[in-house]
Design a protein around this ligand. Structure first.
Ligand SMILES: C[S@@+](CC[C@H](N)C(=O)[O-])C[C@H]1O[C@@H](n2cnc3c(N)ncnc32)[C@H](O)[C@@H]1O
Length: 277
């Protein structure tokens, strides 16, 4: 019993859980479905949003001038496929081997030449290689400030001079009316076991400086509990800009989403287009 209370103590900010959400074998099919099914939020946005986003991207960074793109955290490759179909030279990296396996299957079926690899984007090592880097659907805000610094440095190095980095984050607006909550439910992570023996204890905790923890503890009979800590930074525009200009990026444009919607400070997202000068 004490262990359950211990599990539910809010951790130190940015502390990792005992399990990694994106790579856990019990969750990988559910995560893939989250990308492919528009009705499940969190994995990828709707196809029509992505189409609008591709129009925006191809407009500001046409393939004639910016042929080589890397999609960081590409998931099952939905953006990669769309870009490869219209002639960009595409690399997609993701930490989830299941998503990359799926992405490679689609590329094979369609005869698309996309360079996919399973890799932590924090470990990106290439230099002066890409014309465009994409980091789409709030991935940036899931990292601690130190890891964000490391990521921005690595992306900067990986781009050619004049290369463009396009990124979106959640804005502080979307946290303003957010209520902390604690809920429990039976879940079906391991299909071999009855649902009633798999319990999820979920809590959302707001930390200072617009950081939210979405924590899920999964308790399965006779197994060690698994704790997934998902951290989300909600950004103020000026703080976001500072994180990129410190590294040397120049701001080319600020929008309300990666479809190029006009920036408005009341919007729930911020998208930013940066240039390596
Ligand atoms: C919200 S999804 C977005 C997927 C894709 N960008 C899209 O918009 O369809 C986040 C993706 O980032 C990947 N991811 C999370 N942390 C990562 C890391 N450290 N390195 C590589 N990929 C990561 C996850 O596996 C997941 O596919």
């Amino acid at each position: 019993m004490d262990e359950i209370f211990e599990l539910l103590k809010p951790p130190k900010i940015y502390e990792e859980g005992s399990s990694e959400y994106w790579t856990n074998p019990l969750l990988m099919e559910r995560i893939l479905n989250g990308h492919l099914n528009e009705n499940i939020p969190g994995g990828s946005k709707s196809n029509s949003f992505m189409e609008d986003s591709i129009s925006f991207i191809t407009n500001i960074v046409p393939k004639t001038k910016y042929p080589e793109v890397i999609d960081l955290g590409c998931g099952p490759g939905l953006y990669c496929q769309k870009l490869a179909r219209i002639g960009y030279k595409v690399t997609g990296i993701d930490i989830s081997s299941n998503s990359i396996r799926y992405a490679k299957g689609v590329a094979n079926n369609e005869n698309l030449s996309i360079n996919y690899r399973v890799q932590n984007i924090l470990d990106l090592k290439e230099t002066n290689k890409y014309d465009i880097a994409l980091l789409i659907y709030h991935i940036y805000g899931s990292f601690s400030p130190n890891n964000r610094k490391r990521l921005v440095h690595n992306v900067y190095k990986s781009l050619k001079k004049g290369g463009i980095f396009i990124i979106d984050v959640a804005s502080e607006v979307s946290l303003q009316d957010y209520n902390e909550k604690k809920t429990w439910d039976f879940v079906h992570t391991n299909e071999a076991l009855p649902k009633e023996s798999q319990l999820s204890l979920r809590q959302d905790v707001i930390y200072p400086d617009n950081v939210l923890l979405k924590q899920t503890n999964i308790l399965i009979k006779n197994q060690f509990p698994m704790t997934f800590n998902i951290w989300e930074q909600y950004f103020k525009k000026d703080c976001l800009i500072k994180e990129f200009s410190q590294v040397g990026f120049e701001i080319k444009g600020i929008y309300s989403d990666v479809c190029g919607k006009q920036y408005n400070k009341g919007n729930e997202e911020i998208a930013i287009v940066l240039e390596k000068v």
